[in-house]
Ligand binder design. Structure first.
Ligand code: DOR
Ligand code: ZN
Length: 352
């Protein structure tokens, strides 16, 4: 019998999730406790139906989130606005000045879940982007082209060349977050830019490649957008996340859909990782010999980019012989939501 591995433990500052889907109504009530358990704050995505477009809508959504928090939970939702071709620059600036809104989200129309009201003609959002550059308000970008002629596995790399780089050149000073990068191309582009560009990386893109979705049977719970790419891209993402470089930080993109809509002839995109993200990240960073850089990725770099104070409080991550466990799915009014299954035992346990 092999010797049990020694218990190891690290303590990190309480983390932030810089890209999170909380939804609304019954789904919000179901998933919010999962994020509030470990995370102090989250950048909350505005792709509700209908989307969160105005400051007034963001304030109302924030109130609904706060009302859905479990008793005693300390969790701050950091609100975003959904950029449309009719977004009013003055409304955006006022929402930023009041502290209500921390970012604006750009979805190319048709790129992903609830993106129909997104941007088709970038000239029509130029005035908003210029105002955002002037006031330092970040633009979070879903970076995929929607051109049906572009292969789905190439849509991020093509977006960088065709849309992202021209857009940044046309709007000097605009602070941009490349959301959920999935390619070495994204990592390379981010590394070549200055401090006005950052990139979030999800937990699941550090764990799965496209084989996990498609080889040996289709796994709908691994389908998300941008879709996971080949293994070399996963390796590039892991190296970036574990590098400690300030431009890379965690945005889980935890995106709940009820199981019957995932396990469907036309299944929804999204991996639900809110429940087990911190244990999974400890596993990944441990594998990479980079546990000392986990805190930068989850708790420091994002706060610095968003010009927020670091969180008080801590999380303790402990490696035990006994694997950690969590529910296979969480249940609530919208129906069961499957928790992301990494497909291997995870020995890291998370506690306050
Ligand atoms: O997989 C995804 N799910 N990617 C997105 O961009 C949106 C998200 C969702 O809202 O379900
Ligand atoms: Zn998302």
């Amino acid at each position: 019998m092999s010797e049990p591995r020694p218990t190891r433990q690290i303590v990190i500052r309480r983390p932030d999730d810089m890209h999170l889907h909380l939804r609304d109504g019954a789904m919000l009530a179901t998933v919010l406790p999962e994020s509030a358990r470990h995370f102090a704050r989250a950048i909350v995505m505005p792709n509700l139906v209908p989307p969160v477009v105005t400051a007034r809508e963001a304030a109302a959504y924030r109130d609904r989130i706060l009302a859905a928090l479990p008793e005693g939970a300390a969790f701050e939702p950091l609100m975003t606005l959904y950029l449309t071709e009719t977004t009013d620059p003055d409304d955006v600036a006022a929402a930023h000045a009041s502290g209500l809104v921390r970012a604006v989200k750009l979805y190319p129309a048709g790129a992903t879940t609830n993106s129909a009201s997104g941007v088709r003609d970038f000239d029509r959002v130029r005035a908003v982007l210029e105002r955002m550059a002037a006031i330092g308000l970040p633009l979070c970008i879903h970076g995929e082209v929607t051109d049906p002629a572009v292969d789905i596995f190439d849509r991020e790399a093509v977006f960088i060349d065709r849309v992202l780089d021209p857009l940044r050149r046309a709007t000097p000073g605009l602070r941009v977050v490349m959301e959920h990068i999935t390619t070495g191309d994204g990592v390379d582009y981010a590394r070549a830019q200055g401090a006005d560009l950052a990139a979030t990386i999800t937990t699941h893109h550090l764990i799965i490649n496209r084989n996990h979705i498609l080889a040996g049977g289709i796994r709908p719970h691994y389908y998300c957008l941008p879709v996971a790419k080949r293994e070399s891209h996963r390796q590039a993402l892991r190296a970036a996340a574990a590098s400690g470089e300030p431009r890379f930080f965690l945005g889980t993109d935890s995106a709940p859909h009820p199981d019957h809509l995932k396990e469907h002839a036309c299944g929804c995109a999204g991996c639900f990782t809110a429940t087990n993200t911190m244990a999974l990240l400890a596993h990944v960073f441990d594998e990479m010999g980079a546990l000392d850089r986990l805190e930068a990725f989850t708790s420091r770099n994002g706060a610095a980019f968003y010009r927020l104070p670091l969180n008080d409080g801590s999380l303790t991550l402990t490696r035990r012989d006994k694997p950690a466990s969590w529910p296979a799915r969480i249940t609530g009014a919208p129906g069961p939501v499957t928790v992301f299954d990494p497909g291997f035992p995870v020995h890291w346990h998370v506690s306050d």
